[in-house]
Design a protein around this ligand. Structure first.
Ligand code: SF4
Length: 265
């Protein structure tokens, strides 16, 4: 075990600065390698495997994945300390699934708090609650994906059933209240109907303290990455929803529930 949280090691594949969509204020997003799910529409297929992957892009070698330490990540993240202070921003862990590397994730969030910045994770909560619980003392905002309330359909499109996710959502709401924010990728052929989105919204509305839901329209920005990884893109024949459809879902959520519905991140 590492002596200091700054020596804890983990595996990431990217750090993105100046994000305004993944928690309050201006944030840096640290993308961890490895995910428990295999969503057909995933726009970060390089995040899914924990293993480091070597590919060729335009004839040049590219490596997805890097072993690093909390200290090295925070050196990069804290380059934007002035922006965080002015905006109430900070550090967001994404992926992949940060719960797949709980010791590293916990240490990163703890380091964020030591530096006095806000912390957030983007996560599907597909893990034993004891694993999630370890992160909570150092976490300000949980941006939690709920993709479908029907477990069969969830499994068909993500490779995993949803019972554990929905149970964890209830436990997280009891602990976090309005610091739990529900996010829904709206994906044609999977959940892009008003009734399916409203079913998720009603579930979220019944979670104590939860006030916000974000609807994230499906896009195809990650499609090229599948080709680079030599993997088929399972959504190749699926086109994004027409403009206005997802906004209409948001209006239905506002009408039918007490949630604040936000289109996009
Ligand atoms: S949970 Fe997120 S990172 Fe994991 S496969 Fe699904 S879309 Fe990709």
């Amino acid at each position: 075990m590492a002596d200091s949280i700054y020596d804890v090691r983990g595996r990431i594949f990217d750090i993105q600065r100046y994000s305004i969509h993944d928690g309050p204020g201006i944030r840096s997003i640290v993308f961890l390698k490895g995910c428990f799910l295999r969503c057909r529409w995933c726009c970060n297929p390089e995040s899914q495997a924990y293993e480091i992957e070597k590919v060729t892009v335009d004839g040049k070698p590219k490596i997805y994945g890097e072993d690093t330490t909390v200290g090295a990540v925070m050196d990069e993240v804290m380059k934007d300390a002035a922006y965080y202070r002015r905006s109430g921003g900070g550090l967001t862990l994404s992926g992949g699934e940060c719960l797949g590397q709980p010791e590293f994730s916990t240490a990163l969030l703890a380091a964020g708090h030591e530096f006095g910045i806000t912390t957030a994770i983007e996560s599907t909560a597909f893990a034993p609650f004891e694993v999630i619980e370890g992160l909570l003392p150092h976490l300000d905002y949980y941006l939690m994906d709920i993709k479908h309330v029907d477990s069969e359909k969830h499994k068909e499109f993500t490779g995993r059933p949803n019972e554990l996710i929905l149970e964890n959502a209830k436990k997280l709401a009891a602990r976090l209240g309005n610091r739990l924010i529900i996010r829904v990728p709206v994906v044609p052929t999977f959940n892009a109907t008003e009734s399916e989105i409203l079913a998720i919204a009603r579930f979220a509305d019944a979670l104590p303290g939860v006030e916000r839901i974000h609807l994230l329209p499906y896009h195809r920005l990650g499609m090229d990455k599948y080709a680079r990884l030599g993997r088929p893109y399972a959504m190749a024949g699926i086109v994004p929803s027409p403009a206005g459809l997802v906004e209409g879902f948001c209006e239905a959520v506002r009408r039918e529930t007490s949630l604040e519905c936000i289109l996009g991140g």
